[in-house]
Design a binder for this molecule. Structure first.
Ligand code: NAD
Length: 497
């Protein structure tokens, strides 16, 4: 439900137990391309709201977990259809509040719709697997049952796609949901919730509670009636959530940060390598967990690659995310911009050389604009190569050969996405087998877009069953092993046997 304040600023409520519930407090959502533009004011959930949302979701479990495949399909498919039909409007809102370019934002809205449609179809996949028992005449099957109330806690950088790939499977497998989006993107979350609220779900099956992570998110994670937490966000927060969830015996699926390498070898096609690096490092303003922040380049191609990058970067169009000509939008918030500036300062102090970019830019409207930055002479020990930067900043690390490149690529606390640009099949095979990452890109820019395949990482990047595709069933269901004797008389055991 939307109501307007006296100055015509819309205010948006939480959705709890089938109702749009007003709150005592609201927070403003600001457009990073034009900080004078306040999008709306969004409710901050109280601890009572969280309590009510979890209790509504728990009460709705028996109804929803007993719904038929057909009922689930119709609802999820209808949600997907509406998102796709409204992708331009939703994409525009996403670009306005998060700063992703319009093209990327519309594509993300489309993907969110497709995710609902994919999981709509998944409801028809058999949830039971049969096995041959070791005992004659005994039937043995493994059933899948929903886990219960799922808390979906999401970050700001994919405000439609990530909630979609958590909410859609949670509902498809018969769970109920309490959704806690990131504060910076309440608009996209609210729009998604509004669509879900009209799709015909029984009361309490889906709930939206907006507000601060440290309060609203933490209250959800601590709640004894939340059976599972599916979280995407930073590694620091993920670890905290993981410890709390583990301590109370909850299930968890944690997708966290990245520091992703892209290896460029001497035999690489230069033009493609530059395009993959530009896309991977700077598109979505570098605010992707899969961003290629470390460009590991062999000596033979290093200088030509760096020169070509410089040339390409000087032509990048940085501006208002909603301007169709813009290639790189603003940084999402002032805090994020300051964090990027800190990384730039430290990199210089540590001895990396700034080739281009890293400057705050002025545009027609006040916004958090930063020109994409490229460092050379970076080493794997530098903070900029070890921590997740999460901004339009990349560094080139020069290496002598493929072996060293692989060593540097794997020398990281993260292990999400790793890429290589080369035409040497033997090396590519070796890299694929030996790189420590959940996702590998061969002669492609970094991505995690295929919703029917798992999305997963290693080390500090992921914990628990993967997201997306049928693989996410491991998180959203519990197994039950059923041994049955339908009429076979078990022979009595002989004495002494
Ligand atoms: P964040 O960790 O600050 O917040 C993520 C979510 O957790 C938000 O909804 C936030 O409100 C909530 N939260 C914060 N503190 C909490 C607490 N104590 N208890 C419960 N909830 C809490 O992350 P962010 O800044 O929103 O997003 C950027 C991060 O997300 C980056 O590290 C990025 O790599 C990561 N990310 C990972 C993936 C992936 O799939 N691996 C995808 C996208 C983003």
């Amino acid at each position: 439900m939307t109501i307007r304040t006296a100055n015509e600023q819309p205010i948006k409520h939480n959705f709890i137990a089938g109702e749009w519930r007003p709150s005592l407090e609201y927070m403003e959502n600001i457009n990073p391309s034009d900080t004078n533009d306040v999008i709306a004011r969004y409710a901050i959930a109280s601890s009572n709201d969280v309590q009510d949302a979890v209790s509504a979701a728990a009460t709705a479990m028996p109804v929803w977990s007993n719904s038929t495949s057909g009922e689930r399909f119709e609802i999820l498919d209808a949600i997907g259809s509406e998102i796709i039909q409204r992708q331009h409007e939703l994409g525009d809102l996403l670009a306005r509040e998060e700063g992703k370019t319009l093209k990327e934002a519309v594509a993300e809205a489309h993907r969110a719709g497709s995710l609902f449609k994919f999981f709509a179809a998944e409801v028809y996949r058999s949830e039971t697997e049969g096995y041959r028992s070791l005992r004659q005449g005994i039937s043995l099957e493994v059933r899948r049952e929903p886990i219960g109330v799922v808390a979906a806690i999401t970050p700001w950088n994919f405000p439609l796609a990530i909630p979609a790939w958590k909410i859609a499977p949670a509902l498809a497998y018969g769970n109920t949901v309490v959704f806690k989006p990131a504060e910076l993107v309440s608009g996209s979350a609210w729009a998604l919730a509004e669509i879900i609220s009209r799709a015909g779900l029984p009361e309490g099956v889906f709930n939206l509670v907006m507000g601060q992570g440290t309060e609203v998110g933490a209250a959800l994670v601590e709640h004894a009636d939340v059976a599972g937490v599916t979280f995407t966000g930073s590694t620091a927060v993920g670890r905290k959530i993981g410890a709390t969830t583990f301590a109370r015996g909850g299930k968890m699926q944690l997708e966290m940060g990245g520091q992703n390498p892209l290896i460029v070898l001497d035999d690489a096609d230069l033009e493609s390598a530059v395009e993959f690096a530009i896309n991977g490092s700077f598109y979505s303003t570098g605010q992707r967990c899969t961003a290629s922040s470390r460009l590991i380049v062999t000596e033979g191609i290093h200088d030509t690659f760096v020169a070509a990058m410089l040339h390409r970067m000087q032509g990048l169009r940085i501006g208002d995310a909603r301007n169709p000509d813009t290639e790189i939008g603003p940084v999402v918030s002032e805090a994020q911009l300051n964090s990027n500036l800190d990384y730039l300062r430290t990199a210089k102090i540590e001895g990396a050389r700034l080739l281009t970019g890293g400057e705050e830019l002025k545009r027609a409207t006040p916004g958090w604009y930063l020109s994409p930055a490229l460092f050379t002479h970076a080493t794997r020990e530098m903070q900029i190569c070890r921590e997740e930067v999460f901004g339009p900043i990349a560094s080139v690390i020069s290496v002598s050969n493929y072996d060293e490149a692989l060593l540097v690529a794997n020398d990281s606390d993260f292990g999400l996405s790793a890429g290589i640009v080369s035409n040497d099949r033997k090396i590519i095979d070796h890299f694929t087998a030996n790189v420590q990452a959940g996702m590998v890109q061969i002669n492609l820019p970094t991505a995690g877009m295929d919703f029917h395949a798992p999305f997963t990482g290693r080390k500090n990047s992921s914990y628990g069953p993967p997201e997306k595709g049928s693989h996410c069933r491991e998180f959203f269901t519990n197994s039950k092993v059923v041994h049955a004797n339908y009429g076979e008389r078990l022979k009595p055991k002989k004495e002494g046997s």
